[in-house]
Each structure stands twice: as structure tokens, then as C-alpha cells.
Design a protein around this ligand. Structure first.
Ligand SMILES: Nc1ncnc2c1ncn2[C@@H]1O[C@H](COP(=O)(O)OP(=O)(O)O)[C@@H](O)[C@H]1O
Ligand SMILES: [Mg+2]
Length: 337
């Protein structure tokens, strides 16, 4: 059994053939031709040589044949036939492994491609709805003479719709930025304590308009490396959610501390919480929870935050109790110097 699996590897098979041939030829030459001096020894030697060469040729032909087939298949793959798979190579050796690895690569590409298409569809949908609403309101407004107040209302509603459009566009651009690979050498050392305090000021203003209370506990002098503006954006998304999904008089608590070699930022709210069935999806692009009917949003905020956190080699977690509140925790590596 051991022997069989040894010869399943192409490497070992070729090696075995090479060494085996040399040994057989040498032994035959030495014993058969030299010692026993069998009749027609030299001719038999050449015949044996020829046979072993043919076996070698068969082995190599079999390999290159499949390699040529694989190359042809790989050349044929484009975005149009990402669903094609290599099914004709059924071997247990390195070539079989290569075919499987290639099929797995295709699976991943196919999935990524589908996600992109879904994303484009979602963006289009997200933009189409406010534009269509605005357009029909404007068409109705212009269809006959109306009072000043009516015109004002239409203009006011249009402004709200354009705000939706521009916030969606801004989100999409942010998401595109955070998902493109960025080099760490452009990171700068930044004071996360100071940034968090500034963001808490913004949170205070947002929350007071909803009669909520912001509490904070920020350790000073916590430094990390990264893109300040982007991190601010990622954190503010979490704070905005906490405010959005918490009823008036609720409490938002922002804390920053150090733990081991990480900066730990938590945003806690006393809001509606997130259903357990929603939790696995909230970081997906355009996913909105099932209880967000009256709250404006497009479901991109958390996916932006997550990719910004990933870009900074950090992690983000959520714990939530429906009806009681939610805690988001972001951990980021501390700056070493
Ligand atoms: N603090 C929170 N409390 C309750 N639900 C939240 C909270 N933060 C996020 N969520 C849920 O996660 C979903 C995704 O959030 P996000 O990506 O910011 O999109 P959006 O806020 O535009 O809906 C929200 O639709 C909401 O259901
Ligand atoms: Mg949001």
C-alpha cells in the first residue's frame, strides 16, 4: 500500500523510472553481458534500453498531455465562462492537485465576481429609487400651476432626496477606497485618544438632538498607526448607528482603553438591539436589519467600518440583546514606538 501511494506522486514516479532504468541497465550489462556473456548480449542490452526509454516516454507523454490540456483550459477562462470547471483530469498526483487548486480558484473568482455584480445592482437600486421619487414629484409639481407653499414642499422634498443620493455616493466611494489594498508605509502615528475625544464631541451634538446622553471614558495617550481620517469615518459610523437605533433618552457610552498590545474601543447603546438572525449579516454591504423600517440608511456603514478596521489589522465584534442594547468593540494594534 505504502509503495502504491509513493508512486502516485509524479516526482517519485519519474525518479523511480530513472533510477530503476539505470539499475536494470547496469545490472543487465554487468551480469548478463560482462559475467555471463549471454549470446546477443549487446543487442538485448539495446533492446532493454529501448524498452525502458519507451516506458519513460509514455510516462512523460501522459504528463505533458494533461499539462497541455490544463494550459489550454486556463487560457480559455475569461469572465464569461467563470463557471467552467476542469473535470477531465482525474488523477491523484500533482497534476490532479493542480486541477483541483485551479477549480477552487475559479470558485473563489466566480463568487467574487457575483458579489461585484450584486454590489453594482444594489448601488443602482439605491440611487434609482430617490431619483425616481424626485422625478415624479417634480413632474406632478410642474403639471399645473401651484401655490408657493406647494412648490416649496416639492423643493424641500427634492433636497432630502438629493441628500440621500449624495450620502449613498459618498458611502460607495468610501467603501471602494477602503477595499482597495493600501500600503502600510503610508500609515502615520496618530493619537487615538485625541481622535476619540473629538468624535465624542460630534456624538454629543448628534445625540442631544435626539435627547440622548453620551457618556465616555477615554484613556489618554493611546497611539496607533493608520489613516486618521478613515478611522474617524469608521468609528463615526458605529456611533451614528448607536444614536440612530436608540430611542430618545437612551444612553450611548464610548470607551477607549489599552489591553495587551491593542487599543480597545467600545461603543455601547441602550437601544433596540440586533436580532440574532441579523447579526451574521450586518457587516455585509447593503444589508439592513429587519427592524429598520423607520430609520434612514442604506446598509453600507458597517461594511465600510469593517474594511477600514481590517485595513488597520484590527478586529470588530458585536454583542447585542434585542430590546436592551448593543456593544460594538473595535480592537487595533498599538503603535510600537
Ligand atoms: N447600534 C445598533 N443597534 C441596533 N442595530 C444596529 C446597530 N448598529 C447596526 N445595526 C443594524 O445593522 C444594520 C447594518 O448597519 P449599517 O451597515 O450601518 O447600515 P444602516 O445603518 O444604513 O442600516 C442596520 O440596518 C441595523 O439593523
Ligand atoms: Mg449605519
Amino acid at each position: 500500500m505504502m509503495k502504491l501511494s509513493f508512486f502516485k506522486s509524479l516526482n517519485n514516479k519519474l525518479f523511480g523510472w530513472y533510477i530503476g532504468s539505470l539499475i536494470i541497465l547496469s545490472v543487465f550489462f554487468y551480469v548478463g553481458v560482462h559475467i555471463l556473456a549471454i549470446p546477443r548480449g549487446t543487442e538485448l542490452f539495446f533492446l532493454l534500453f529501448f524498452l525502458l526509454a519507451i516506458i519513460g516516454f509514455a510516462i512523460i507523454y501522459n504528463i505533458t498531455n494533461d499539462l497541455t490540456y490544463l494550459t489550454k483550459k486556463i487560457k480559455e477562462i475569461s469572465h464569461e465562462n467563470l463557471r467552467d470547471r476542469i473535470v477531465d483530469i482525474k488523477r491523484d498526483d500533482e497534476l490532479g492537485e493542480l486541477a483541483t487548486a485551479f477549480n477552487n480558484l475559479l470558485n473563489r473568482l466566480d463568487e467574487a465576481f457575483k458579489r461585484e455584480q450584486q454590489f453594482i445592482g444594489d448601488v443602482a437600486h439605491e440611487l434609482k429609487t430617490p431619483i425616481a421619487t424626485m422625478r415624479s414629484a417634480l413632474e406632478v409639481a410642474i403639471s399645473k400651476d401651484r401655490s408657493n407653499d406647494e412648490y416649496k414642499k416639492v423643493i424641500h422634498d427634492s433636497i432630502i432626496e438629493t441628500n440621500h443620493i449624495s450620502s449613498t455616493l459618498k458611502n460607495v466611494l468610501d467603501l471602494a477606497w477602503s477595499e482597495t489594498p493600501h500600503e502600510q508605509k503610508h500609515f502615520v502615528k496618530l493619537n487615538l485618544s485625541k481622535l476619540t475625544t473629538e468624535l465624542i464631541d460630534i456624538a454629543d451634538k448628534l445625540a442631544s438632538s435626539r435627547l440622548q446622553n453620551v457618556r465616555s471614558n477615554v484613556s489618554s495617550k493611546i497611539y496607533i498607526n493608520g489613516y486618521e481620517e478613515r478611522l474617524a469615518r469608521g468609528i463615526i459610523n458605529i456611533i451614528e448607528n448607536a444614536i440612530k437605533y436608540t430611542p430618545p433618552k437612551g444612553i450611548i457610552t464610548v470607551q477607549l482603553s489599552k489591553k495587551n498590545d491593542r487599543a480597545v474601543l467600545t461603543v455601547r447603546d441602550t437601544g433596540q438591539g440586533i436580532l440574532a438572525t441579523d447579526i451574521p449579516h450586518i457587516f455585509d454591504r447593503f444589508y439592513r436589519g429587519s427592524t429598520t423600517d423607520n430609520v434612514f440608511g442604506s446598509g453600507i456603514g458597517l461594511s465600510i467600518t469593517k474594511s477600514i478596521v481590517n485595513l488597520h489589522h484590527g478586529s470588530i465584534d458585536v454583542k447585542s440583546q434585542p430590546g436592551k442594547g448593543t456593544i460594538f468593540t473595535i480592537k487595533l494594534p498599538l503603535s510600537e514606538n
